[in-house]
Design a protein around this ligand. Structure first.
Ligand SMILES: NC(=O)c1ccc[n+]([C@@H]2O[C@H](COP(=O)([O-])OP(=O)(O)OC[C@H]3O[C@@H](n4cnc5c(N)ncnc54)[C@H](O)[C@@H]3O)[C@@H](O)[C@H]2O)c1
Length: 252
């Protein structure tokens, strides 16, 4: 596909930015969506520097009208949508369930689950208009196994896996593939924020690394390479899969 059009949500963050740069190097045209416009603009600049075309777009992925707005903006600017990296997410608090507030739980679900659902709701018709395409939803290793002290996050990422599977089944005859990316702990601003929260609660964040068989955090570019494969290169028959990139963390 020459100059594919890709929407990347959470495009201003660690994994989103690395993916925008790699997509740019492939000559893609990218709409970088983030609630943080300055971060999205920087990712768009890096994607253009890498050789692509890119524009930043501010939107909250948990707002129906704003999601419809970013899809419309992409179609107006680039003439359609070929691939969608449904990637924005938040980690929520580090706390045991009795101490985890309902407001925090609902906010994590609002961004991580409703945001992914709304992205699918508005992008699938755009891909059908285009005659096919690819969707990658970002879950986590925490969507494949339970993670204590991150109940809202872990439950929301399990929900992303379920949404992806349903979407893959609904689009399987439309030349659309839908896959779920499941990163392990990866060195990004989100992981820094988790570190700070664990330290603040008197915990030891180094325990995260000891649970990774590879003995280190993932790098954003490693997650991005996998996302780009699933977005641009994977065969049409690869759909409905959960793809772990986690240094062996979820190896049975
Ligand atoms: N870093 C990790 O260890 C890790 C591991 C597994 C899965 N993930 C997942 O990967 C994805 C990207 O994470 P990251 O590590 O790059 O995090 P990050 O915090 O660096 O980036 C997340 C981006 O999403 C944006 N965002 C948050 N809420 C939004 C909203 N409501 N609307 C629009 N944009 C919003 C933020 O502004 C930020 O730029 C997330 O879904 C995350 O849960 C990360």
């Amino acid at each position: 596909m020459s100059a594919p059009v890709v929407i990347v949500t959470g495009g201003g963050g660690g994994i989103g930015r690395a993916t925008c740069s790699q997509l740019g190097a492939r000559g893609a045209r990218i709409l970088v969506v983030d609630r943080d416009l300055a971060a999205a603009e920087e990712s768009a600049r890096l994607a253009r520097e890498a050789g692509g075309d890119a524009a930043a777009h501010a939107a909250d992925v948990s707002d129906d009208a704003q999601v419809a707005g970013y899809v419309r903006a992409c179609e107006e600017r680039f003439g359609g949508v070929d691939a969608f990296f449904n990637n924005a997410g938040i980690e929520g608090p580090i706390a045991q369930i009795p101490d985890y507030s309902l407001a925090d739980f609902e906010q994590v679900f609002r961004v991580n689950v409703t945001g992914v659902f709304l992205g699918l709701k508005h992008v699938i018709p755009a891909l059908r208009r285009r005659g096919g395409g690819a969707i990658v939803n970002t879950a986590s290793q925490a969507g494949l196994r339970g993670v204590g002290n991150l109940s809202g996050y872990s439950a929301s990422k399990h929900a992303v896996v379920g949404l992806s599977r349903a979407a893959a089944l609904e689009t399987a005859t439309d030349n659309i593939r839908v896959n779920t990316l499941c990163p392990g702990p990866t060195a990004t601003p989100m992981m820094e924020s988790i570190h700070t929260a664990v330290l603040g609660a008197g915990g030891d964040p180094s325990s995260f690394v000891t649970r990774i068989p590879a003995g280190r955090y993932g790098r954003a570019d490693e997650i991005a390479t996998t996302a780009v494969f699933l977005l641009l290169d994977a065969p049409a028959f690869l759909t409905g899969a959960e793809v772990p990139v986690d240094g062996g963390m979820t190896t049975p």
